[in-house]
Design a protein around this ligand. Structure first.
Ligand SMILES: NC(=O)c1ccc[n+]([C@@H]2O[C@H](COP(=O)([O-])OP(=O)(O)OC[C@H]3O[C@@H](n4cnc5c(N)ncnc54)[C@H](OP(=O)(O)O)[C@@H]3O)[C@@H](O)[C@H]2O)c1
Length: 257
């Protein structure tokens, strides 16, 4: 189950009305019906967020129909592949979704968030943000962007009643690709695996506490400490070797994280 779905249930459980967004034909209407059983109002909007006009259409729809005071930017894709062999359209897709969509949606909705303050922005980054990795070059870089962007924005927004937080989850068994990859890990690799439900619970709680940037679980807080302590000359080749193997095993275009 995806992190976005868990975030929706977490917020509905706390009594917040929701507008859910995803691609078309991904059972969003069904998720919306389930969420409503928590006693909240929920609508859905299906769109491809890699297309700029769609983003503007979505934010226009929100401005015209809702009083938004919580914005969760969860949509993101990743995967591993040799950079030179990665298709142009896939490179564009990951940058447009992971970076441009997050930045433009916030940019368009910020006046409304300020108007409806106290308001909360939660961006979803990754533990991958803390180290570059060969054969997974774009994804960690896109998440590092999200970390820097969120921290800068949060500082800029001080005193406005709007806070921006960023969560850095470790691996979670969500989509088929990530689940398959996690299942191949040894005991050590599985130590940092987090449940999407727990990550959603911690992330939403910390978002309301204006906690800035955080990773969700203790094993990953420890990994982060280790990544920061060890020289990248040591960690980068190890991570890259693992990812090279993963990229070699992938038969189709990467879709995971
Ligand atoms: N799984 C992990 O190990 C892991 C670790 C760290 C961080 N993360 C981050 O967690 C977030 C959620 O990922 P997940 O693991 O829950 O994977 P997921 O189940 O594949 O979820 C990805 C989400 O992005 C949406 N999405 C993808 N392409 C889109 C597009 N073009 N337009 C609109 N929405 C689009 C998907 O909507 P649809 O349902 O329509 O496809 C889905 O809601 C991502 O930002 C990811 O980078 C994941």
């Amino acid at each position: 189950m995806g992190l976005g779905r868990e975030m929706a249930f977490e917020l509905a459980g706390r009594g917040f009305n929701l507008l859910l967004v995803s691609l078309q034909n991904e059972d969003l209407e069904e998720v919306c019906s389930e969420v409503k059983k928590k006693g909240v109002k929920a609508d859905f909007f299906e769109t491809d967020l890699t297309i700029k006009n769609n983003l503007l259409e979505l934010t226009g729809h929100i401005k015209n129909n809702y009083n938004v005071n919580i914005l969760v930017n969860n949509a993101g894709i990743g995967g591993s592949s040799e950079f030179e062999k990665t298709g142009v359209s896939y490179i564009e897709k990951i940058i447009n979704l992971n970076i441009r969509a997050t930045v433009l949606i916030i940019h368009q909705l910020l006046p409304d968030l300020k108007k409806n303050a106290p308001s909360y922005i939660l961006n979803v980054s990754s533990m991958a943000a803390f180290s570059p990795i060969g054969y997974k070059t774009i994804y960690p870089a896109s998440k590092a962007f999200i970390n820097h962007f969120t921290k800068g924005l949060n500082e800029e927004l001080k005193g406005t009643g709007v806070s921006a937080s960023v969560v850095n989850p470790g691996p979670m068994r969500t989509n088929e690709y990530v689940t398959g990859r996690i299942n191949k890990h040894g005991t050590l690799g599985k130590m940092g695996v987090e449940s999407p439900g727990k990550v959603a619970n911690i992330a939403i709680s910390k978002m309301f506490k204006h906690r800035g940037s955080f990773s969700a679980s203790w094993p990953n807080r420890f990994s982060l400490f280790a990544i920061r302590l060890l020289p990248s000359g040591l960690t980068l080749p190890v991570l890259t070797r693992a990812m090279k193997k993963d990229a070699g095993e992938q038969k189709k275009t990467p879709q995971g994280n």
